[in-house]
Design a binder for this molecule. Structure first.
Ligand code: TRP
Length: 469
């Protein structure tokens, strides 16, 4: 549209005002945590930790959060707030204002592509959670053996039509909130759901502490055994740091554009990182005691939480009730994350193509839904189909695996790398100093990190993985 051709200082300073702002810093934290905290924490973190041998992997993951994730999150929020528009146009506006190459808006474009790809399979897993609400509520889990619980899960995966139904329902939930607009829908939804999920997770941890092999789980999670750490494990840990914090696809940029001026970007980002990481570790502490107590396989893969938690709910008093509640809350966690995957795409369609909100939501949602069908089929009918199997590293990966691998381990770190380079090398330093309003030494620490440490670290992990083995 014509207004974005010549972005002026006014466009940058004034644009926040046109759009709804978060009502407070707290609301922003809730929404950003709502985005960050999702299936990544409860579904993905435990299973990749199991697959990658535990402690050493967890340590690398924590390092990636602190040294790479947090600084990039700050950079994203900063760019978003300064630009005050959808990610693509924020980058374009800042680039125009600081007389930079407009090609920088590609960072936003990568984000839009990553959003499509992630949401397509994310919604399928969200669908699993929807399905388990019924499984738990109907009492089917009560007193079941590990084998019987495993069979419930494999029966679900074997049935494309049921998966399609739940995937459709999940996408519809996401689209419904996005269509209503961020302020009206998101803030209200997030305010009471996130704390509830946290409490329920604590309940399961409490149960696991008293009945499961808690000590072994703690050792597994926190005692690093570096002989178990592989090159690809490091890439997975790095990729997951981006995935779990919703970084690298401009989501935090989009949310940052709603953050009122004068609120500390550093403090808010730290809060989001700490909460998000805490929830992932809690999920690990809930799941691994059950894994060990029942002789299950920590490296069981994507089905891990659906094969362990139901077992616990089947044994604990009032398990059907707790199980139902747990999966309902898991849906909410996935829902708020799904919303944040769709939101930037919709914002972009609105600004760029001039579509109204409802129509852009329908269009973007439909594409994700359609793409999701490929993930559904790769769990059953296409489970032997590995389209890129001839590439060593991608051997045996189904479409679903590929989407996960390509987005989390390649696209997001790449997006994050570009954000770091944009902030560290391209954007005006004074503008950033003003926006972050940190003390001199803290600003320098952040600046050096995004300027040198992050690009080198991400680049090294990439190169090492491509050529290392
Ligand atoms: N962080 C979410 C989770 O852990 C997933 C997610 C939501 C995401 N929005 C994102 C990942 C944007 C990357 C980019 O479940």
């Amino acid at each position: 549209m014509s207004e974005s051709r010549t972005p002026t200082a006014k466009a940058i300073e004034g644009s926040n005002a046109i759009r709804g702002l978060w009502s407070s810093r707290f609301a922003f934290i809730l929404a950003a945590t709502g985005s960050a905290m999702g299936l990544g924490n409860i579904w993905k973190f435990p299973y990749i930790t199991g697959e990658n041998g535990g402690g050493a992997f967890v340590l690398v993951y924590l390092l990636c959060i602190a040294a790479i994730g947090l600084p990039i999150m700050m950079a994203e929020v900063l760019i978003g707030r300064r630009g005050g528009r959808s990610p693509v146009n924020s980058l374009k506006a800042i680039a125009g204002h600081d007389r930079l190459n407009p090609a920088w808006r590609m960072v936003g474009v990568i984000g839009v592509i990553a959003g499509f790809l992630i949401l397509s399979f994310y919604s399928v897993i969200g669908g699993w959670a929807v399905s388990y609400v019924g499984t738990a509520a109907s009492g089917q889990l009560t007193g079941q053996s590990a084998d019987a619980i495993g069979a419930i899960f494999s029966d679900l995966l074997a049935d494309p039509l049921t998966l399609l139904m739940w995937h459709t329902l999940f996408m519809a939930l996401v689209m419904f909130v996005v269509a209503k607009g961020v302020r009206a829908g998101l803030e209200r939804a997030v305010t009471f759901l996130m704390p509830a999920l946290f409490l329920l997770l604590l309940t399961v941890v409490g149960y696991a502490m008293t009945t499961g092999e808690f000590g072994r789980a703690v050792t597994f999670l926190f005692q690093p055994d570096f002989s178990k750490l592989t090159t690809s494990g490091i890439l997975v840990a790095l990729g997951h740091a981006f995935f779990t914090l919703s970084l690298g696809m401009a989501v935090m940029m989009a949310y940052g554009s709603y953050l009122p001026k004068g609120i500390s970007i550093a403090k808010t980002s730290i809060a989001v990182c700490v909460i998000d990481t805490g929830v992932a570790l809690l999920a690990g502490l809930a799941i691994f005691p059950i894994v060990f107590a029942n002789g299950l396989e920590p490296g069981a893969g994507p089905g891990l939480i659906f094969q362990t938690l139901p077992l616990a709910f089947g044994q604990m008093p009032m398990g059907s009730l707790f199980g139902t509640l747990f999966f309902v809350l898991l849906i909410f966690a996935a829902w708020t994350s799904g919303i944040s995957l769709l939101e930037p795409i919709v914002e972009w369609l609105e600004e760029q193509k001039g579509m109204n909100r409802t129509r852009s939501t329908l269009a973007a949602g439909f594409v994700c839904w359609l793409l999701g069908i490929a993930s559904i089929l790769s769990l059953n009918l296409w489970s032997d189909f590995a389209p890129l199997g001839w590439i060593g590293m991608l051997e045996g990966k189904t479409i679903f695996d590929l989407l996960d691998f390509f987005t989390a381990n390649i696209l997001l770190p790449l997006g994050g790398l570009l954000v770091a380079v944009f902030a560290g090398w391209v954007m005006s330093r004074e503008a950033m100093e003003k926006e972050l309003a940190l003390s001199k030494p803290m600003f320098r620490l952040w600046y050096i990190t995004v300027r040198y440490i992050t690009p080198v670290a991400v680049g090294a992990v990439f190169i090492y993985n491509l050529f290392g083995s």
